[in-house]
Ligand binder design. Structure first.
Ligand SMILES: O=P(O)(O)OC[C@H]1O[C@H](O[C@H]2O[C@H](CO)[C@@H](O)[C@H](O)[C@H]2O)[C@H](O)[C@@H](O)[C@@H]1O
Length: 277
């Protein structure tokens, strides 16, 4: 890995997508599992960066908390509609609740008799998962497009085996903007990691901010860097966390600039931080 691809925990903010990035894609949204070494690496890197690590996901914050427990991290949920900053304060962007009720009602009717279709309802959003019935894709896309046309303020997004209708005019770029204005994120270089088309808004924004962007897996992307798959990203994340822990041990776990980060010391070489392969 080139030296410039090795983050210095003192100066970067790590922004991580959840599905396909921190967890492997599963056949059902409720069946994802966060590997213990990844939970532990996230915890170490959250400390090493003085708290400048956040998860930015399409899932609601309550679900992310449940999967990540006992970690309690800065989070952006439902593609930026919900944000919980480092101080623990939750902010929710407004949307028309009556419009969501109408979307849910129509979705439930559409779902009837379509075996394998999963309708997921979230604050400000309805998602139609067809992973268990891929033949439904054209039908789902046509229905979701029609609902988007007939619902003022609805945005249609296509993710991995899912079509999603969102209200509230937010996307992951807004989440990046919001978090990067807050300490300890402010003033750091954002590094964003994601696997899906729903991460593209954030890739563009982070590129524009002079940050680093990494796409996980195949597919066209605005991201400048790439990991072959989720497993490759996990190896890199774990090696980076280990390097931070080793650097901290070398310092005897002493207080470093900004507190006891459990991270690399001010003068530690950045090439300790592992490889992307
Ligand atoms: O922004 P993310 O953290 O990547 O979340 C995107 C969506 O992830 C979930 O759906 C996806 O993952 C499921 C589990 O692996 C998979 O079964 C599904 O096909 C994928 O689309 C989640 O259910 C959605 O709410 C998120 O928006």
């Amino acid at each position: 890995m080139p030296e410039e691809d090795q983050p210095d925990p003192y100066s970067v903010a790590l922004l991580l997508d959840f599905d396909g990035t921190l967890v492997e894609i599963a056949d059902h949204p409720g069946r994802v599992v966060i590997p213990e070494d990844i939970r532990s690496a996230i915890n170490s890197l959250h400390k090493a960066t003085d708290g400048a690590l956040a998860v930015i996901s399409g899932r609601p914050i309550a679900e992310l908390d449940a999967f990540l427990s006992p970690l309690r991290l800065p989070l952006a949920g439902v593609h930026g509609l919900e944000i919980r900053g480092p101080d623990g304060r939750l902010q929710t962007h407004d949307y028309e609740h009556a419009a969501l009720d109408r979307l849910i009602e129509a979705a439930r009717i559409f779902e009837r008799g379509r075996s394998g279709l999963l309708v997921e309802t979230k604050p400000g959003s309805v998602a139609f998962h067809y992973r268990q019935a891929p033949a439904l894709e054209p039908d789902v896309r046509a229905f979701a497009a029609e609902m988007a046309r007939s619902t003022p303020g609805a945005q249609l997004m296509h993710g991995k085996m899912v079509a999603e209708l969102r209200l509230g005019d937010r996307n992951k770029a807004h989440a990046v903007d919001h978090l990067m204005e807050l300490p300890p994120f402010a003033g750091r270089q954002p590094w964003f990691f994601g696997d899906d088309v729903t991460d593209e808004d954030a890739f563009e924004r982070v590129n524009h901010m002079g940050g680093r962007t990494f796409k996980i897996g195949p597919g066209d992307s605005e991201a400048a860097g790439r990991f072959a798959d989720t497993a490759a990203f996990h190896r890199w994340l774990v090696s980076m966390a280990r390097a931070c822990a080793d650097a901290n041990d070398m310092q005897g776990g002493h207080q470093t600039k900004g507190g006891n980060r459990g991270g690399l010391g001010e003068h530690a070489p950045s090439h300790n931080l592992g490889s992307m392969k």
